[in-house]
Design a protein around this ligand. Structure first.
Ligand SMILES: Cc1cc2nc3c(=O)[nH]c(=O)nc-3n(C[C@H](O)[C@H](O)[C@H](O)COP(=O)(O)OP(=O)(O)OC[C@H]3O[C@@H](n4cnc5c(N)ncnc54)[C@H](O)[C@@H]3O)c2cc1C
Ligand SMILES: *[C@@H]1O[C@H](CO)[C@@H](O)[C@H](O)[C@H]1NC(C)=O
Ligand SMILES: *[C@@H]1O[C@H](CO)[C@@H](O)[C@H](O)[C@H]1NC(C)=O
Ligand SMILES: *[C@@H]1O[C@H](CO)[C@@H](O)[C@H](O)[C@H]1NC(C)=O
Ligand SMILES: *[C@@H]1O[C@H](CO)[C@@H](O)[C@H](O)[C@H]1NC(C)=O
Length: 503
């Protein structure tokens, strides 16, 4: 059966490989792709041995249950840029779809686990090499946040990494990368000196301010549209233990807390403190049946109760945990794998105390309507892109995000977890309604922003993420995409279709 159909499949492959991306919007038939991928997997299984896995005997877990349910044709784990190039060549010559997995924290089927194609799992590309002078490190494209913190801490160094240890360096840095250290150094994407990247034709190249500056610009925010990044050369800095404090408040303190959080980021005598960070949460728990306001204070020095938080700390709390320890301790946690469904959606707004109150109110009303959903844990999360981080975006030719302003920009993330696929539609609707109402409220208050953080965006927002970078940057990114990938292999008409696509 397979043998008879095989020539058809390779015909399809040849035809599509020579057809411009935009002309093949519908792609080859599902049947042709299934056969193509079987053939590609057979070839990869011979070449990759124990780093190759058929799904029926693969012990593979990924963070989100929707991605866990996906069945790829096979999974392969490259250990070098050469391996990645070989895999790409195999997939393109057979015309088989694929997804690329870094830390695997995406939330849509196909984002990082392929639906019927090949999952290229970068988890073996997890090396961390501290370079001469201790001011840079070369980090594998599939490393997780905690792996990098741990490796650097052995030399009392750190980097601009995230808040959760299992999140991947790959997706995090290609989309932005907001860190407890961002008020001092900026976002992760502004702290990468060089990318090592495999292009769609299998060429291994680098991008930096001096070498391939267009590609360097595009990789700073352009997501998975340009290549598979096999290594990031990042800024490192001396870092000792950090202060972290988690606090919850009773409902009657909400207004006070919002007042003080707003001051923290708008009053220059407080927000100018580069060691400081604060993440605000408003969450519903189906276990307790309660909405709870809470906050995480962060400080880059090992000081108990840094004075910058003095005003917030005068507010009575329901609970308070403080800790001084390393970043790797702060980000370590038990992350359940593959059992919980998740949806993220986002918007960003100029500072507005009124919008914070209005936002919590809208969120609560929308969540009330779906309280019956099993395992429901919705969160309204907000923290700002601070002035210093916006300044840092101008370094080395600037990044692709198109953010240029004198005031902070507050990111809002609506992040919901739940248990059953039967409730997917309700959670999607709740999230879309919340975002729409927040946007309307922001427009009324004159604080709306076009920018949406790609790493927090929903699939429903895919069409507007890159236009949120501004038209000039959108056109520039599309031009660079066409130049480095003229056959459109990494576009929505090509083989790597998951996540947010420019074309
Ligand atoms: C629990 C949790 C905590 C988070 N905390 C933060 C935070 O503190 N700050 C923040 O900014 N964001 C945070 N995020 C958002 C996070 O940055 C994004 O979800 C990000 O996309 C995850 O990257 P990943 O590599 O783990 O995911 P993946 O699903 O593996 O990758 C995401 C996308 O990037 C692509 N990709 C991954 N690696 C590469 C590579 N090397 N080359 C090319 N493409 C690649 C994938 O193909 C996919 O399209 C958090 C998310 C979660 C779920
Ligand atoms: C599956 O993988 C986990 C973690 O990678 C490992 O601890 C476990 O032993 C593996 N189980 C099997 C059956 O291979
Ligand atoms: C790291 O810092 C600690 C505490 O200051 C010190 O004891 C240790 O020697 C340092 N380690 C290295 C490798 O410099
Ligand atoms: C606020 O609520 C808490 C707990 O619900 C309660 O103990 C406290 O007395 C209240 N404070 C005021 C000022 O009402
Ligand atoms: C691969 O693509 C890049 C970018 O378009 C190009 O510069 C390079 O010459 C190509 N290499 C080969 C071998 O075709």
């Amino acid at each position: 059966m397979i043998r008879i159909l095989a020539p058809l499949a390779s015909l399809a492959a040849t035809a599509y490989a020579t057809t411009p991306a935009l002309e093949r919007a519908n792609g080859p038939s599902a049947q042709a792709v299934t056969i193509n991928c079987k053939q590609a997997c057979s070839q990869l299984s011979t070449a990759f041995g124990s780093a190759f896995h058929w799904p029926q005997n693969d012990n593979f877990t990924i963070w989100d249950a929707k991605q866990q349910e996906v069945q790829p044709a096979c999974r392969v784990e490259p250990s070098s840029a050469n391996d990645v190039a070989e895999i790409l060549d195999t997939l393109v010559s057979h015309w088989c779809y694929f997804s690329v997995k870094g830390g695997g924290h995406s939330r849509n089927p196909g984002d990082s686990n392929s639906v019927g194609g090949v999952t290229i799992d970068l988890n073996r590309l997890n090396g961390v090499e501290i370079l001469q002078g201790d001011i840079r490190a070369r980090v594998g494209g599939g490393a997780t946040t905690i792996q990098v913190y741990e490796a650097l801490e052995s030399r009392n160094l750190s980097f601009v990494g995230g808040r959760v240890g299992s999140v991947g360096m790959g997706g995090f840095t290609l989309g932005g990368g907001t860190s407890p250290f961002s008020n001092k150094y900026g976002w992760s994407l502004d702290n990468v000196y060089e990318y090592e990247v495999v292009l769609s034709n299998g060429t291994i190249t680098t991008a930096s301010e001096k070498h391939n500056p267009d590609l360097y610009f595009a990789l700073r925010g352009g997501g998975n549209n340009f290549g598979i990044v096999t290594a990031f050369t990042v800024r490192t800095f001396s870092q000792g233990p950090v202060f972290t404090s988690m606090t919850t408040y009773s409902a009657n303190q909400s207004n006070q807390v919002l007042d003080k959080v707003y001051d923290l980021f708008t009053d220059k005598s407080l927000s100018g403190n580069k060691e400081m960070g604060y993440d605000l949460y408003y969450s519903y728990s189906s276990e307790s049946g309660q909405f709870t306001l809470s906050g995480t204070q962060r400080y880059g020095k090992p000081i108990q109760n840094p004075p910058v938080f003095a005003a917030i700390n005068r507010i009575p709390t329901m609970s308070r945990n403080t800790n001084i320890g390393s970043m790797s301790e702060a980000v370590d946690g038990t992350d359940s794998m593959g059992t919980t469904r998740h949806l993220f959606a986002t918007l960003s707004v100029a500072p507005s105390r009124s919008l914070l109150s209005k936002g919590l109110e809208i969120f609560q009303e929308e969540v009330e309507a779906i309280k019956h959903v099993p395992g429901l844990v919705p969160n309204f999360i907000s923290y700002p892109l601070q002035r210093n981080a916006i300044k840092a975006m101008k370094q080395r030719g600037g990044n692709a995000l198109g953010i240029d302003r004198d005031e902070p920009l507050f990111l809002i993330l609506i992040s919901t977890a739940w248990s059953k696929s039967a409730n997917d539609a309700e959670v999607n609707r709740m999230t879309a309604n919340t975002i729409e109402r927040l946007n309307t409220a922001a427009k009324k208050l004159g604080v709306a922003s076009r920018y949406k953080y790609i790493n927090y965006a929903s699939a429903a927002q895919a069409g507007t993420v890159f236009s949120g970078y501004g038209d000039e940057n959108l056109q520039k990114l599309r031009g660079i995409q066409r130049a480095v990938d003229p056959r459109g292999i990494f576009t929505s008409g090509g083989l790597w279709r998951g996540s947010f696509k420019l074309l």
